[in-house]
Ligand binder design. Sequence first.
Ligand SMILES: [Cu+2]
Length: 328
Amino acid sequence: MMNLLAQTQWWNWLPEKGSTFTQWVDPLFYFELILSVVLFVGIGGCMFYFAWKYHHKNREDHPHGSHHNNTLEIVWSVIPLGIVMFIFVWGFRGMMDMTQPQAYSTEIVVTASRWNWQFSYPNGAQSSMQDGLTVPVNQPIRIVLKTPLTDVIHSFYVPAFRIKKDAVPGRYNETWFKATQTGEYPIYCAEYCGQQHSQMRSKVRVVSEDEYYAFLADAANFLDNDPPAVAGQKVFAIKGCATCHSVEGKPGTGPPLNDVFASKVTLTDGSQVDADENYIMNSVKNPSSQIVAGFQDQMTVLDVSEKELDALIAYLKSISKHYVGNKE
Ligand SMILES: [Cu+2]
């Protein structure tokens, strides 16, 4: 039993410590928690004690009720004011550290969209929600947060780092952190953003500097180096197409995308279109213009470059039985 208690660290109510911000957040949290418990017990105790002590039977002992007492008024105003100012200054110093720009070593763009996290690195490398965000340990990292204009608000939340920041359509937000230990830490979306909000989970992989640069070199330029269909499969994962589209024939928020290329697609107005390159391009760049029958206008306009679009088209060709051209 003692062993189990020691292992579970029952006294530790906060997530594991992964960044320098724990030095602000954790002690202040525990200070306020303990203060709240002391005040609750103290005030509640006094309330019951006085109710018992001064209940009406003893009323005659205090015929004039209570009188104004200046000293008491001043004491019970000034002490709480002191406590509140103490908390304010402590919290404010932490907030300044958590929001002020640093001499960052690395800047990473995090794009939130329904229901995906995409990570873009300084050398053009990208990583998917499944692979997570890779960062070097012990270096200040600036995170630039965004979400497409046609999307909704999300929130980038890394409990182990004690950071949470909204990603808002139409503006860039920023946050930063310095990870203190290598390891993997969960990323959550902390703003309810629809059907698959709870699956909008990823991780931060904190690695040594050497490993970080090896990862960057490895992830860079895949659009140039991989065969188009292979690169397209990566783009499909990185952009989060996979959260709405299966490639195994099962409908999700969007239609499955295997066997779509070179097929005939029926739209909501009953018309039929050929799913050729132009159709795919239009589906990605302007999804509201042609709605597939049986589905809703729920596709986000994602930031897809020309090269990425070419790769996506090559990938959709490679997984369609209707397409008889080159297959990888
Ligand atoms: Cu979200």
